[in-house]
Design a protein around this ligand. Structure first.
Ligand SMILES: Cc1cc2nc3c(=O)[nH]c(=O)nc-3n(C[C@H](O)[C@H](O)[C@H](O)COP(=O)(O)O)c2cc1C
Length: 160
């Protein structure tokens, strides 16, 4: 048994992201922290998703996503998209569209507009590898950090 595992995992530096997924007109987005770059050329990002999320099926069907980097001052955005799917979830925020037609948060630090290229099983999550087709800056602050979300993801209850 490892003591303080939730706190220890927060020492591995992660940002906070809103990952938007869509299958045609069906759209959703969720807060994520487990995101990383995995290749220079082609430019690939990977993230880890719980297949029980509503977003998972849309991601699988639609095959596109945007990874939106949250900045300092956007803790409320992280909390909003950490809620489970509801019809209202996307409506409170403004969205823009670029190369893949994924929803891109109008207000965030930066965004990556992606095609999904692979899935890999990883315990109770799946790793999704995405190819970045377009990306850009939107904000000017420093990135929000996972450690600053405290127990927003309720992770203290998730370790055995
Ligand atoms: C700070 C934070 C980080 C999170 N990181 C992830 C993550 O990396 N992967 C994941 O699948 N869920 C993550 N979650 C949980 C989802 O955001 C949450 O379960 C959400 O309700 C899923 O939305 P959906 O059911 O509408 O798809 C995180 C939540 C928080 C608050």
């Amino acid at each position: 048994m490892i003591e303080n595992v939730a706190k220890l995992m927060q020492q591995i530096t992660h940002g906070v992201y809103v990952i938007a997924v869509s299958d045609g007109n069906k759209k959703n987005a969720f807060t994520a922290s487990w995101v990383m770059q995995v290749s220079f050329d082609p430019l690939l990002l990977a993230f880890s998703i719980n297949p029980q999320h509503y977003s998972y099926e849309l991601l699988q069907r639609g095959g596109i996503c945007s990874i939106n980097v949250l900045e300092q001052g956007q803790l409320d955005v992280a909390a909003h998209f950490a809620q489970p799917y509801s019809e209202e979830k996307m409506k409170l925020y403004d969205w823009e569209y670029d190369k893949t037609q994924s929803s891109i948060l109008s207000e965030c630090l930066a965004y990556f507009d992606c095609n999904v290229s692979d899935y890999m099983a990883a315990g109770d999550h799946e790793i999704v590898i995405c190819r970045v087709l377009k990306a850009g800056f939107k904000g000017k602050e420093k990135p929000l950090l996972y450690i600053e979300t405290a127990n927003m993801d309720d992770s203290q209850k998730k370790y055995k």
